[in-house]
Design a protein around this ligand. Structure first.
Ligand code: T1G
Length: 706
């Protein structure tokens, strides 16, 4: 008998329990166990009905995603198990708690009835992995819930509540008492009725319930925001098959389209993302029994755009926040911005008025550091200037109670220096939120040389609790993301001085799938902000001795072209629409002349992509070899969640394996030769050299010291 699928009997009811922590994924052992258990249900005449439930925190959360890379997932066999369950003449009731997702919901749909606890959720999120339901979910869900809801659930991948699922007919009963007992009662009743079991595969979608434009509208939506994800269009084809074909003919259509998705590099990239984000939350070397610190109250110093956004993250999670500013006027302004943000969300129907008031009530403004004395975590979000931040850290080192964690939201400055300024470096780390802080999921957690392990572990756990994707970075200029951004922006500006236009550079980068090209990104973030970062970096001695380095952004700032907020930056903005501006072309030509940069009119999109992204990858390799980042997947997680790198490419390091590390190295050498390498811009990192010489991929990380 299987160790992960147990069968017991309660009278004439078979109780089949899946027990495979952490989420009862349908790995081979579970699939085999289910097959065996339901063969026994089939063959035992003493059994008249069955209940399928799960131990642990959730019903089956889907296939074992890791099996797709190892090739161990046998969809055909799983189909046969589901068909065998559905084919039984004895009613089988699925008892759902937690989340029945993907293959888990498909398993439940092969049962003859489904019951769930009130807070359960059901969904088919395969699209987020570049897949589609591969166990007849695209054929059964539309039959039980209708084509519109079925298509929407599968193409968005969003789970729905038990209540909504009951309204749609997916769940037959919500059990408010003991789930298992309730499910057993339902099974006994069904058996007592002695009626034919209800099989979803025998149902038809009523054409009258299918909106005439359903599939055309779905395709039009895809066209409006095309991505590289191979699944959405194929999902539409599967649901069309569910509507138009008998079940037995629809299943092979789904199987073919599922295989096409599974074999795509884009799905491999999306599955890489799934595990990379979870791996990033793990800190190597932390003792398993590390004692986390309790975080019951948070302080934020600085109520500007970042400080307000940071405060919202904690208020949204129900944590009280003390927001400290230097003047009443600044404090009032900051709280007003927060309220505006909440009101905007409420206007979109994503928050109720009472929720807005509850969250605002959690925010307590103050002008006095003493009010931070009972906070367990205090985050400074003051102006990005080392002297100012040092003063604030020194104040916080005194104002915060013993054991409180002190964090800096700096985006580039030396966290170790700030930690020393506090006088209690073990309590200090960086928490680099990305703007807008209440929206962007990425949080770079900067580990100082003296940051205590439990401080790091506490913040990593807290970050996930407030819905962030945390990634640990060591201390260096720009941490992970902004450090890799430097060569990306450096080459952007050299390309502009050589004759490319902002629209051409952005167009090439956006054609790869990045949400926003470099020029639009800086215009949005602020040309002045970017120019100041260059100046701070120069002051800190971090720049090459090259007067042409990032010369364009500094010139734009000097001209008052600060980006979207001044309706002019790299672009001119006509009704917020960016258009190339001859004044900027001229500026770039003048700078080229000033710095002896020759102009060209043969710059290709491919050259732009290589010159902007391959040095970015090379810098990522340096970050790995210096131990600033633990894993290539951490770097991918930063770029997908913080900079809009297309997740269907898996992030820059996964994508480097796709284009080939050898190719990246060769192209860096090519540009060194053709662009000149006076400032070592094209020097290949030692790690990249090693990978080329040993035929390694980033997927092979960690590299043994061979
Ligand atoms: N396969 C393998 N491992 C999984 C897994 C899965 N489906 N789901 C979770 N894990 C691991 C995860 O890596 C982590 O491991 C631990 O479980 C806790 O996860 C045939 C083709 C269920 C909502 O897409 O959405 O079915 O880090 O940190 O925040 O048609 O996990 O502890 O070592 O996310 O409480 C479809 C994916 C698969 C659901 C729980 N199913 N999982 O969230 O915990 S394809 C999914 C989730 C499929 C069929 C198709 C979430 C969760 P570790 P966690 P959580």
């Amino acid at each position: 008998m299987s160790t992960v699928v147990r069968l017991e009997t309660r009278g004439s009811v078979a109780v089949v329990c899946v027990d495979k922590p952490p989420v009862n994924a349908l790995g081979r052992a579970v699939r085999d166990g289910l097959q065996q258990a339901f063969e026994q249900v089939r063959d035992d005449d003493g059994i008249r009905s069955a209940v399928l439930h799960c131990a642990g925190r959730t019903f089956v959360a889907g296939a074992d995603i890791a099996e797709f890379d190892s090739g161990a997932f046998d969809g055909q066999l799983f189909h046969q198990t589901l068909d065998m369950i559905e084919g039984l003449d004895k009613p089988v009731v699925a008892a759902i708690h937690g989340t029945a997702l993907g293959g888990g919901l498909e398993l439940a749909l092969a049962c003859h009835s489904r019951v769930a606890v009130p807070d359960a959720k059901v969904g088919l999120p395969e699209v987020t992995l570049g897949l589609l339901p591969g166990a007849a979910g695209t054929q059964r869900l539309p039959r039980i819930a209708g084509a519109s809801l079925g298509l929407d659930m599968i193409i968005t991948g969003k789970p729905i509540s038990a209540k909504r699922a009951q309204e749609a007919g997916i769940i037959d009963q919500v059990i408010k008492t003991d789930l298992l007992e309730g499910a057993i009662a339902v099974a006994e009743n069904l058996a007592a009725q002695d009626a034919p079991v209800r099989r979803i595969s025998e149902m038809q979608v009523d054409p009258a319930t299918v909106p005439a434009s359903l599939f055309d509208d779905a395709r039009a939506t895809l066209q409006r925001r095309p991505t590289g994800n191979p699944a959405p269009e194929r999902i539409i084809q599967c649901v069309e098959a569910a509507v138009k074909l008998p079940f037995a003919e629809g299943v092979p259509v789904e199987a073919r389209l599922f295989r096409e998705c599974l074999n795509s590099r884009e799905s491999a990239a999306l599955r890489h993302r799934f595990f990379a984000e979870r791996e990033a939350a793990k800190v190597p070397g932390l003792p398993k029994d590390v004692q986390l610190r309790d975080i019951r109250r948070v302080g934020v110093v600085g109520a500007g755009t970042m400080g307000g956004g940071i405060a919202m993250n904690f208020a949204n999670a129900g944590l009280p926040v003390t927001l400290v500013e230097a003047s009443q006027e600044a404090l009032d302004r900051g709280l007003a911005i927060v309220r505006d943000n909440y009101d905007t969300t409420a206007a979109k129907g994503r928050l109720t008025e009472s929720q807005v008031e509850e969250r605002m009530a959690l925010l307590q403004g103050s002008l006095d550091d003493a009010d931070l004395g009972d906070c367990d975590l205090v985050i400074e979000a003051v102006f990005e200037n080392m002297d100012i931040k040092r003063q604030v850290l020194a104040r916080l080192g005194k104002a915060c109670k013993p054991g409180a964690i002190i964090a800096s939201n700096t985006s580039t400055l030396d966290v170790d220096a700030l930690a020393q300024a506090s006088g209690r470096p073990a309590d200090v780390l960086g928490m680099h939120f990305f703007s807008p802080a209440n929206v962007m999921r990425l949080l770079e957690v900067v580990r100082g040389a003296e940051t205590a392990p439990e401080v790091l572990a506490t913040v990593m756990r807290l970050a996930r609790g407030i819905g962030k994707v945390p990634v640990v970075s060591g201390v260096c200029y720009g941490f992970i993301g902004n450090r890799m951004l430097e060569p990306y922006l450096r080459e952007t500006e050299f390309l502009l001085m050589e004759g490319a236009t902002p629209a051409q550079v952005d167009g090439a980068i956006q054609s790869l799938g990045l949400a926003m090209g470099p020029c639009r990104m800086i215009d949005l973030a602020g040309v002045d902000v970017a120019a100041k970062v260059v100046q701070e970096n120069r002051k800190a001695g971090g720049l090459p001795d090259d007067p042409a380095y990032r010369a364009v952004v500094q010139k734009l700032m000097a001209m008052g072209r600060h980006g979207q907020k001044t309706k002019a930056g790299y672009y001119r903005y006509e009704n917020r629409k960016p258009v190339d501006d001859p004044e900027v072309m001229q500026l770039c030509a003048d700078l080229a002349k000033e710095h002896g940069i020759s102009r060209r009119d043969d710059i290709s999109d491919q050259e732009i992509i290589e010159r902007c992204l391959y040095p970015l990858i090379n810098e990522g390799a340096r970050i790995l070899e210096e131990g600033i980042s633990y894993r290539p997947g951490d770097i991918d997680t930063v770029w997908i969640n913080g900079y809009g790198f297309p997740d269907w490419l898996g992030g820059p390091m996964f994508w480097a394996d796709t284009v080939g590390v050898q190719n990246v190295a060769d192209r860096l050498a090519h540009y060194a030769e053709h662009r000149g390498d006076a400032h070592a811009y094209w020097d290949r990192s030692a790690l990249l050299e090693r990978m080329v010489s040993q035929g390694l991929r980033f997927a092979d990380w960690p590299f043994s010291d061979r």
